[in-house]
Design a protein around this ligand. Structure first.
Ligand code: ATP
Length: 202
């Protein structure tokens, strides 16, 4: 799946609805200091399910909403839409057969975020897994932050293994395993309770 479009409405400095078309090949974003280049990459990471406001240089999640500037009033919501080309049909069910996958995240001030895939409301976890299975995501080494190369070189072996696992697209399996383990533990608890009740009846 390839990233083909990024749409922003009210995200950080992007108060006007803005759409970036990402053509095949190398794309460069150039502009003076403070014009919003990093905000663009953060918009992408936010839509991929970034849950840490600190990782977005914010002091709370509401800070990603346009805060006003000069004579422009602040907004009460922000939305980022990521469009992926799914001609490879790698999208998970029930989206496997769609041409384009539109993943959106919207935040309403003090009300938190909602995620949608092609208009259907989904959980943050579904969006995170979708990108993890495609070997990318908000924390993926596919998106290189300033200073990250040095961090990887100096990282401990376990941390370096996580980077390799994410690059190999198996990070989603760890999340699913964790979820399965939680379900198993809940089922074991239920079984214990059933046995308890049965022994009392017997
Ligand atoms: P540099 O080249 O210096 O790294 P940059 O092009 O990457 O800069 P960003 O860091 O993406 O620029 O953008 C910073 C700008 O975004 C600042 O002017 C800041 O005021 C603005 N900004 C950040 N959050 C918001 C917000 N919530 N509302 C309005 N403007 C914001």
């Amino acid at each position: 799946m390839k990233l083909t479009r990024l749409r922003l409405i009210g995200f950080k400095s992007f108060v006007e609805p803005s759409e970036l078309v990402i053509e095949p090949g190398l794309t460069g974003v150039v502009g003076p200091n403070g014009c919003g280049k990093s905000n663009l990459v953060e918009a992408l990471r936010w839509a991929m399910g970034e849950s840490s406001y600190k990782a977005l240089r914010a002091s709370e999640m509401n800070d990603v909403i346009f805060a006003g500037s000069g004579n422009r009033p602040s907004r009460n919501s922000a939305e980022v839409v990521v469009v992926l080309d799914n001609r490879s049909r790698l999208a998970p069910s029930p989206f496997t057969d769609v041409e384009d996958l539109e993943i959106s995240r919207r935040i309403d001030r003090d009300k938190g975020s909602t995620y949608r895939v092609n208009g259907r409301e989904v959980r943050a976890k579904d969006v995170q897994l979708l990108f993890a299975d495609a070997s990318t995501g908000a924390r993926s080494p596919a998106l290189v932050r300033q200073g990250q190369i040095g961090e990887i070189i100096n990282a401990r072996p376990e941390a370096r293994r996580r980077v390799l696992e994410e690059a190999a697209g198996i990070a989603g399996l760890h999340a699913r395993r964790h979820e399965a383990e939680l379900k198993l533990r809940a089922a074991e608890q239920n079984l214990l309770r059933v046995e308890d009740v049965l022994s009392r009846i017997g």
